[in-house]
Design a protein around this ligand. Structure first.
Ligand SMILES: [Zn+2]
Length: 323
């Protein structure tokens, strides 16, 4: 993802409103952080998973075979990368039926970055990263949520769509000089989500709201608002942050802003589809070779997993919280 700051000036911060009281007991959740951690380790054991690597093919096969084992129908969306030449990506997605045919969309990117431009060692900056937190953690949480929520098929208030995006994380490498960074939809980041929305894989009127997970595994991670989304959908952000508070997760969720970040939620936000980004920016090892599994804390995976599961089971009334 890519950060820009020009959006700050037009942000209007509103106070919490329409807040619901949540049950305090989170034992009811089935999200298992040991299982999530195993999904993560399976990925890092494959090595680097950037485009064109052996690990990239392996992780695609892994996601498909795991979700098939869970008894989901596997769907793929093959696409030509819009802003990186000669690349073909593959988004992987699946659906879970709920009582309404509208979808809560939960997403992650599964590719890892081809370079480590922030690595302290200059000579290793052109090598791909392992991406335990960046790519691995959110993919692991998404898989574990799929496993957990499958047991509640047909009983959840809304249907759920799970989407694993490809080609999120190779921006700013290949054609730096030739294009216009001022338009967040003409970018070489987030190729998979740009095409997913453009090709209307899930029609806009079928999406109730969405949650993107990114960098959700670091010890003592902090999650703050992403400003593009907050500017349009502060009610959704406030509802979810309030839910986090009610579950005792205040320490992880701060009611302040990271700034404007171009991430896989952005193409949805641009089309006025309510979509937030739960993102642990401020990760010390971001885009370095130190983004390895020893930096991951099961507790963070669990906090995010429990929260998203809670939201899927207790979704907001979107009409009431979004103007
Ligand atoms: Zn990244």
């Amino acid at each position: 993802m890519k950060i820009s700051i020009f959006f700050f000036s037009i942000l209007i911060i509103t106070m919490f409103q329409n807040v619901k009281i949540f049950p305090q007991n989170n034992n009811a959740y089935n999200f298992d952080s040991d299982s999530a951690y195993k999904y993560l380790k399976s990925q890092t054991d494959m090595g680097v998973r950037n485009y064109g690597s052996e690990g990239h093919t392996k992780v695609q096969e892994f996601i498909k075979s795991e979700i098939k084992k869970m008894d989901y129908d596997v769907n793929t969306h093959k696409f030509k990368a819009p802003y990186i030449p000669r690349r073909n990506g593959e988004n992987i997605y699946a659906f879970l039926k709920g009582r309404s045919d509208k979808y809560i969309v939960i997403t992650s990117h599964y590719d890892t970055r081809s370079v480590a431009e922030k690595d302290p060692s200059f000579i290793k900056r052109k090598e791909p990263i392992i991406g335990a937190n960046d790519g691995g953690s959110s993919t692991a949480v998404l898989l574990e949520l799929m496993r957990t929520l499958k047991q509640k098929e047909g009983k959840l208030p809304y249907s759920v769509a799970f989407v694993f995006f490809d080609l999120e994380d190779d921006g700013g490498i290949y054609n730096k000089d030739t294009y216009d960074y001022s338009d967040p939809l003409r970018t070489d980041w987030i190729q998979g989500s740009i095409k997913f929305v453009e090709d209307d894989i899930i029609p806009k009127n079928k999406i109730y709201f969405g949650i993107l997970l990114d960098l959700v595994g670091a010890k003592d991670a902090i999650f703050k608002y992403e400003s593009y989304s907050y500017q349009k959908f502060n009610g959704l952000y406030n509802y979810i942050w309030q839910a986090a508070k009610s579950l005792g997760y205040n320490k992880y969720f701060e009611a302040s802003h990271w700034g404007a970040i171009v991430d896989d939620h952005y193409p949805f936000v641009y089309r006025d589809i309510p979509f937030i980004d739960i993102i642990g920016m401020g990760y010390k090892y971001h885009h370095t070779h130190e983004d390895t599994i020893d930096k991951i804390d099961k507790k963070t995976l669990e906090v995010v997993g429990n929260l998203v599961e809670h939201i899927v089971e207790n979704p907001p009334n979107i009409k009431n919280i979004i103007k």
